[in-house]
Design a binder for this molecule. Structure first.
Ligand code: DHB
Length: 314
């Protein structure tokens, strides 16, 4: 018998498959739809202080390999999500993970404090939304980020905190950020957010595919998987002795992808673009595929292979 269960901080998940933030998870029907699928937990779409409509359309485009998004954080505001969470919890036993983003230091603190006193199980603090013009990602500001992380920790002492981070493409950046996560006592990290400032060109029309931000937007989908795996494996090697856990995200489309992320050190994974493409059935399909791979390899739990990637030649 294969056991897919996992603990994120002290929260029990029946399996490691979570919907990525940013797609569904904005109201009760949306959240229950994801809870009734074969997910291990449900992640809300990122919430802000105020309700937002998001960016002008077209703001999403996809093909087989890529998806480009500049949605611009449409959401009903954090108070709404806090208010509906007790009702959600009456309808499902799945853990609820919220996602929050502040447009200033003070906003992050307000959001962390409010969610600390709410019914959510875990807080994902989004330091890496690439889609708000004039608002640089906190995660790329190495003076601001450690102060912000510490303040978020102080504002939410009672909940597990996961930092949603972008891709870092240099090991020196990874080292600095790993130290910040350890110093600020975050329980976990989610890697990676969409690759910001990406561009896809429609040569036929000689136009961008999307409208906001001069056509520049966040890249997701199959094409970003190697970058995501590199960040998971890189951070895993820096964090494995600290107890800080990793949620892997980026281009996960099948059970084999899930297996690879866990082999590189992920405790759980998030599925975004593939959820849009394949609907709620994607979670059951991935779970079955993962079980089949584990059976073939003789693994009975995720711990049997988590972080055990071997280097060629060793
Ligand atoms: C959006 C995109 C992101 O990558 C993110 O982390 C949060 C929000 C968006 O455009 O809505």
């Amino acid at each position: 018998m294969v056991d897919l269960s996992v603990k994120l901080a002290k929260v029990h998940l029946p399996n490691p498959l979570i919907n990525a933030s940013g797609i569904y998870g904005s109201d009760i029907p949306d959240i229950i739809k994801t809870a009734e699928a074969k997910t291990g937990a449900v992640l809300y779409k990122t919430t802000t202080i105020e309700e937002r409509n998001g960016n002008k359309v077209p703001r999403y485009w996809q093909d087989e390999l890529f998806a480009l998004n500049s949605i611009g954080l449409p959401n009903k505001g954090y108070k709404y999500l806090i208010q509906i969470t007790p009702e959600v919890k009456q309808k499902t036993t799945k853990p609820m993970i919220t996602s929050l983003l502040g447009f200033s230091f003070e906003e992050y603190i307000t959001l962390c404090k409010a969610y600390n006193d709410s019914a959510v199980d875990i807080i994902e603090v989004n330091f890496s939304c690439p889609n708000i013009e004039g608002k640089p990602q906190a995660a790329y500001n190495f003076e601001y980020l450690p102060k912000l992380m510490k303040a978020c920790r102080e504002a939410a002492p009672d909940k597990p905190l996961f930092a949603k981070l972008p891709a870092y493409l240099d090991p020196s950046q990874r080292k600095m950020v790993a130290k910040m996560l350890i110093d600020s006592k975050f329980q976990g990290v989610t890697l990676i957010n969409s690759l910001g400032e990406s561009l896809l060109v429609n040569a036929k029309t000689e136009k961008t595919y999307i409208r906001p931000n001069n056509g520049l937007a966040g890249l997701t989908g199959k094409a970003i998987k190697p970058v995501a795996l590199g960040n998971v494996w890189g951070f895993y090697n820096l964090l494995k002795d600290s107890g800080i856990q990793i949620m892997g995200v980026g281009g996960i489309e099948c059970g084999l992808d899930v297996f690879e992320f866990i082999l590189c050190g992920a405790d759980a994974v998030q599925i975004g673009t593939a959820y849009i493409r394949q609907g709620t059935a994607v979670f059951e399909k991935m779970e079955n595929e993962l079980i089949q791979i584990m059976n073939e390899k003789g693994y009975t739990s995720l711990n049997d292979f988590r972080g055990k990637l071997k280097i060629w030649g060793d």
